[in-house]
Design a protein around this ligand. Structure first.
Ligand code: SAT
Ligand code: MN
Length: 591
């Protein structure tokens, strides 16, 4: 089945352990995909949607206890616990292997074991990395085919390179008490059992392309980040690329597919990726990014013709929906798509609109090949990746964080990224809307100690001559009445325009202790119904609140002890000093 000895031996070991009835080596062909779909239609794992309006579209209703990532069951298993850091749950590798292997024992009896070779990134790019997922879920195989370059070509590359990440997955009995997502970065291995949900089960995504890859990236001198990549073409035809990190379900897919406001004639947006970026230092000293994925696993609710018309259009065919509702005529439906009242809710029961419950699960998803998106960039397939002009960090914050500000230096930018906080969303199990620190939007995804990770970020300055500028944005600021101050969506291009102007040393800015804020009229608000008062609120800072915030950040950093880089400590002290008037006065007196 393969010339690669390590792969053949590992498959044999897994077969012995899990006892599947059949083994299927996946080639990634259309025919193979169609056969899988037909099998799942027979077993009920998929139901057919309206094939007239949505050809090739199917719905998967997951187990109701298996609808999001389970961070409390996700572990990083390094030999030393300090290497996983306080940002991860840790288990000793032997213990973790023993624990999950006991659950894998005989787990595939009566099932098929699918061998899924995949490549993260363009098949011939030197930046791409391969993996093999062994799974007993045909839903996972079908999703991996949309999300990655899966099949024969990936296997050929594995046989050429000789290396791959080993991912073992089984649905197990789907019981939350027997659900674990274990990462062994030192062995380049993943073992996941008891869940069929995207981030837990499509192992190429968060498990490989973020947790394992971030570890590999540190060793090899690059970065694996939770970032979208978008190209902005101006009327002169010049394209600049931005990479932006936001926590899950904060609108990365919408931003990656943004439609320019009507006033921005001649502007075009090119989608390179919506979730993950792998960044390398090029020979020219710039950061170059590839999107390791080949598809979108996006949040359905809130995706509508107003918020993301490109997405709505791409979802009209060849899409796998998970946990959405369906209409009277069997079309997929979710909150924010239309005013129609759906017939069935996400569990398949008749929907009662008076119940006050949502019809689609708030974390319901679509899986679709990236090339179905009208704005998909041809550069997404380029082996070199795209050069990054700016890095943006953002969170969901009702208050405090201004619409946008620019870090004063690379090291300051790393501190800004390290102190990102956001209100939690439905993408992970747990309470929604609580503020938590989510450094670089990587809290659930960094495969090693954040202290070391920030040190690695800082070290790029020695290795890259032309690093991008770093910014922080907050699209989610609210006024006292709880209304969003900024319209968001396509209008965010107005902010990106200032960001790019800053990169070209043209945008007007005012220095503040937390960074450079846009000058009063620096953001183009032409044609936008926004009051000068709201705009003022959006680009100003509340000093006492920021002093409190910096105290909080300092407290958060304390847990990283001696792994916390001194350079970040100096940045923190500098910002705190600038925020404190007494410190300023003292400095002035001594000058
Ligand atoms: O973890 S998933 O990839 O399923 C979704 C997300 O949290 O971004
Ligand atoms: Mn994500």
């Amino acid at each position: 089945m393969t010339k690669n000895r390590a792969l053949a031996e590992w498959v044999n070991e897994v077969v012995e352990l899990t006892q599947p009835d059949t083994i299927q080596w996946c080639d990634g062909s259309e025919q193979e995909y169609q056969t899988l779909i037909e099998e799942m239609l027979t077993t009920g794992e998929l139901v057919e949607l309206n094939q007239q309006t949505h050809p090739g579209c199917y719905l998967h209703r997951s187990d109701p206890t298996d609808v999001a990532r389970t961070e409390h069951l996700t572990y990083v298993c390094t030999a030393k616990s300090e290497d996983a850091g306080p940002n991860n749950q840790w288990m000793a590798p032997e213990e973790a292997h023993a624990k999950v292997d006991a659950l894998f024992e005989g787990a595939m009896r009566g099932r098929t074991l699918y061998v899924v070779p995949y490549c993260m990134g363009p098949i011939d790019s030197p930046f791409s990395r391969c993996g093999v997922e062994l799974t007993d879920s045909p839903y996972v195989v079908a999703n991996m085919r949309k999300m990655t370059r899966m099949g024969s070509e990936a296997l050929a590359r594995i046989e050429r390179d000789g290396s791959f990440v080993k991912g073992l997955h089984s649905l197990g009995d789907l019981h939350p008490e027997r659900r674990f997502i274990m990462h062994f970065p030192e062995e380049l291995a993943i073992k996941s059992i008891g869940s069929g949900y995207g981030g837990n089960a499509l192992l190429g995504k968060k498990c490989h392309a973020l947790r394992i890859a971030s570890w590999q990236a540190r060793q090899e001198g690059w970065l694996a980040e939770h970032m979208l990549i978008v190209g902005i073409e101006n009327p002169q035809g010049e394209v600049r690329y931005i990479a932006a990190a936001f926590p899950s379900a904060c609108g990365k897919t919408n931003m990656a597919m943004l439609i320019p406001p009507t006033q921005f004639e001649g502007y075009k947006i090119w989608t390179v990726g919506d979730d993950i970026a792998w960044l390398h230092v090029g020979h020219d000293g710039q950061l170059w990014a590839i999107n390791p994925e080949a598809g979108f696993f996006g949040v359905a609710p809130g995706t509508g013709v107003e918020t993301n018309p490109n997405a709505v259009e791409m979802l009209n065919r060849d899409t796998i929906f998970t946990n959405v509702a369906v209409t009277e005529d069997n079309q997929p439906w979710w909150e924010g798509l239309s005013n129609e009242i759906p017939k069935l809710d996400w569990t398949g029961k008749p929907y009662d609109a008076t119940s006050g419950k949502k019809a689609a699960h708030p974390n319901s998803r679509f899986t679709v090949a990236a090339n179905q998106c009208r704005s998909y960039s041809s550069m997404a397939e380029a082996d070199t990746g795209v050069p990054i002009s700016a890095i943006i960090f953002g969170g969901r914050r009702k208050s405090l964080a201004p619409l946008v500000y620019e870090a004063k230096s690379w090291a300051h930018g790393v501190m800004v990224g390290a102190s990102v906080a956001s209100e939690t969303t439905a993408a992970a199990v747990g309470k929604v809307g609580v503020v938590r620190r989510d450094p670089m939007a990587m809290k659930p995804f960094c495969g090693y100690n954040f202290g070391d990770y920030w040190g690695h970020w800082l070290s790029l300055e020695q290795r890259a001559a032309k690093l991008p500028k770093i910014f922080h944005v907050n699209w989610f600021r609210q006024n006292e009445a709880g209304h969003f101050l900024w319209p968001g969506f396509g209008e965010n291009l107005r902010v990106l325009q200032w960001v790019l102007a800053r990169c070209e040393e043209t945008g007007d800015a005012i220095e503040s202790p937390i960074g450079w804020l846009p000058d009063k009229n620096a953001i183009n608000t032409e044609g936008l119904a926004i009051s000068p008062n709201a705009m003022e609120q959006l680009v100003s800072i509340d000093i006492p609140a920021w002093q409190q915030e910096m105290q909080d950040i300092a407290g958060f950093f304390e847990q990283f002890n001696d792994r916390f880089p001194q350079q970040l400590k100096r940045e923190l002290d500098r910002v705190m000093g600038e925020l404190s008037p007494t410190a300023k006065k003292k400095a002035a007196n001594s000058a």
